[in-house]
Design a binder for this molecule. Structure first.
Ligand code: NDP
Length: 317
């Protein structure tokens, strides 16, 4: 049976929470979880800010438990990537929907559904240096709220010049002894209010026209080679941590032309979880570039499942 009431695309906290709620509503959702399931928490070690775990939890364990919990109530998982969707059909569904059936294809299968929840998340942008990959989780991070705690009284650099970099830097001053923002041009992209907050914080300094050429260290990160793009000179300097805050890339390529995306590729939510196509809902980081927390993604996943349930009830009425 390749037809489902609800297909959920994505298996981070948003997708799996949607799966849990939809499964408990007896919608028997199909979760197209991706070849690498679990989303961004699969690459995190200790998760200390997901409520209910006073001693923290390893990210991959948390995600595996979310899968088990959704499966317990009847969610079906497929560990493959959705590579194509078609939300354009008009009528023709056995269940009498408006744009249904929606089509979702993986490499070798095609599924149809009366409703779809998009929960494909986003990925941090990285600088792309081999030494950056080497020290990820060993001094380099892209999430201050996840990892800032591990840098008490340490010296940190933040790479970037947008609001995210300002926010990361401000948050990190709770822990770090010193935070240096490295901006690649002579001008910050961040909003004035965020710049003002950063400039008023005595723990933070901003350096312009600076780019990381290489991260350095042994087992752990100990510093980097920083190039001044005006003078062309590169100097080695010591720091204990580096936070990369150069933007996010929503995982929305397969939805281009099917639903409304903003200029950066984020799905534009309407009335919280609806999209421009009736019956297609959205949850998590693929629509939310502001909060980007596992717990907020889970909350949106819950909301999308409840909205999909109501939609299906109406259609099937
Ligand atoms: P932005 O696209 O706004 O900024 C990205 C920054 O990273 C820019 O300074 C950019 O430099 C720099 N950058 C990009 N690539 C590289 C690179 N390879 N090397 C070095 N630097 C690089 O992304 P943000 O994530 O900061 O923000 C995304 C959106 O989310 C924005 O709309 C922002 O306003 C919003 N946001 C709002 C917050 C708030 O209001 N509290 C908090 C966080 C985000 P350059 O300018 O040279 O391109």
């Amino acid at each position: 049976m390749n037809h489902h009431k609800l297909i959920i695309i994505g298996s981070g906290p948003a997708g799996l929470t949607a799966a849990l709620y939809a499964a408990r509503a007896e919608l028997k959702p199909l979760v197209i979880a991706g070849v690498t399931f679990g989303g961004q928490l699969m690459t995190t070690t200790e998760v200390e800010n997901f409520p209910g775990f006073p001693d923290g939890r390893q990210g991959p364990e948390l995600m595996q438990d979310m899968v088990k919990q959704a499966e317990r109530f009847g969610a079906q998982m497929i560990y493959d990537d959705a590579i194509k969707v078609d939300f354009s059909a008009k009528g023709g569904s056995a269940s009498g929907g408006k744009n249904q059936p929606f089509k979702v294809a993986t490499g070798d299968k095609e599924f149809t559904a009366d409703s779809v929840i998009i929960a494909t998340g986003a990925t941090y942008k990285w600088l792309g240096l081999p030494s950056e990959t080497k020290y990820r989780g060993k001094g380099i991070s892209a999430c201050a709220t996840c990892d800032g705690f591990f840098f008490k009284e340490k010296e940190i650099i933040v790479v970037g010049g947008g609001d995210a970099a300002m926010e990361e830097a401000l948050y990190l001053t709770k822990f770090a002894s010193k935070v240096v923002i490295l901006n690649r041009t002579g001008k910050l992209r961040a909003s004035k209010i965020m710049q003002d907050r950063v400039k008023a914080n005595s723990k933070i300094s901003i350096e312009y026209n600076k780019q990381v050429e290489e991260f350095l260290g042994g087992e752990k990160l100990t510093g980097g080679k920083i190039k001044d793009s005006v003078s062309g000179q590169a100097d080695e300097r010591k720091f204990d941590g580096a936070f990369i805050a150069i933007g996010h890339k929503p995982s929305s390529d397969i939805f281009r032309g099917q639903i409304e995306l903003d200029e950066k590729g984020f799905v534009i939510p309407k009335d919280l979880t609806r999209t421009s196509v009736e019956g297609v809902f959205v949850a998590g980081d693929v629509q939310d570039h502001r909060y980007r927390q596992a717990v907020t993604a889970a909350g949106l996943g819950c909301m999308a499942a409840l909205d999909a349930e109501k939609y299906l009830e109406m259609d099937h009425g």
